[in-house]
Design a protein around this ligand. Structure first.
Ligand code: PCA
Length: 217
C-alpha cells in the first residue's frame, strides 16, 4: 500500500502574482519518493485562520505519514530548513483576508514553541552534497508561515499515529526576482530536486545527524 507525503504550498500574497512555494510543490504532485511513498500536493491560503483550518482538514483527509509545509521567503538565498515554530502571530503586513494580528498566540494555552520533527541537519547536509545551498533556520518569522508551522506541529503532536512534520522556506524563483534589484532566487528545478532530496532523507534517516547548524545571531 502506498503511503502519503503531504506537501503544502501557499497562494501568492503581498500583491505578488506567483508564490514559489506553490509553483514547486504542485510540480511534485503524484511523484513517488522511495519505494512506497507518494506526494500529495495541496494549496493553502495565505490567511492566518483559513490556512490552519484547511491544513487540519487535509491531514484528516490524507492521513499522511510525513507533512512538509513549504513557504516562500523573499530575500533568502538558500533552502531554510526551519527548526522551531513559535506560538506568536505578529504580522508586518495584512494577510490575504486583511487580518493583521499583532502579538497574539497562534493557539491560546499552547506551548511557547514546537520543534520540527524532520531530520533538519541531515537534510541540510544532503542538499549541500548535491550542490544546493541550504541552512538550518532558527526562525520562520511571525507571519502566516510560522503560524502554519506551529499549527502543523500542534496537530502532529496530538495524533495517535506518528507523523513527522516540519517547515521549509524556499527562495524566490528567478522570474520573481527579475524585476527586483539584488533579490536572491533559485531555479524551480533545483528547488524541486532539493525538496525531493529532503523527503528521501526524511524517509531514510532514523535520527538526525549531530552536525553544527547553529547561528551566532
Ligand atoms: N510566505 C509567507 C506566508 C506565505 C509564504 O509563502 C511567510 O513566510 O510567512
Amino acid at each position: 500500500m502506498t503511503k502519503t507525503i503531504l506537501l503544502t504550498g501557499f497562494e501568492p500574497f503581498a500583491g505578488d502574482t506567483l508564490n514559489s512555494s506553490w509553483e514547486v510543490v504542485r510540480a511534485l504532485a503524484g511523484q513517488r519518493i522511495g519505494h512506497e511513498h507518494v506526494v500529495v500536493s495541496e494549496l493553502l491560503p495565505c490567511a492566518f485562520d483559513d490556512s490552519l483550518l484547511q491544513l487540519n482538514q487535509l491531514i484528516a483527509l490524507h492521513q499522511p505519514e510525513i507533512v512538509v509545509a513549504v513557504g516562500q521567503a523573499s530575500g533568502r538565498a538558500a533552502f531554510s530548513i526551519e527548526r522551531v515554530a513559535i506560538n506568536l502571530k505578529d504580522a508586518a503586513i495584512p494577510d490575504n483576508v486583511w487580518q493583521q494580528p499583532v502579538d497574539q498566540p497562534v493557539m491560546e494555552d499552547g506551548p511557547s514553541a514546537y520543534f520540527s520533527t524532520l531530520p533538519i541537519k541531515a537534510i541540510v547536509a544532503r542538499l549541500r552534497e548535491h550542490g544546493i545551498p541550504a541552512e538550518v533556520s532558527q526562525s520562520a518569522g511571525t507571519y502566516v508561515c510560522n503560524a502554519v508551522f506551529y499549527g502543523l506541529m500542534h496537530a502532529a503532536s496530538n495524533l495517535q499515529r506518528p507523523v513527522r512534520a516540519g517547515f521549509v522556506h524556499i527562495p524566490y524563483l528567478p522570474e520573481q526576482a527579475a524585476n527586483r534589484a539584488a533579490s536572491p532566487s533559485m531555479a524551480g528545478p533545483i528547488i524541486a530536486n532539493g525538496l525531493r532530496l529532503a523527503l528521501s532523507v526524511t524517509l531514510s534517516a532514523k535520527q538526525d545527524l549531530k552536525l553544527s547548524g547553529g547561528a551566532t545571531h
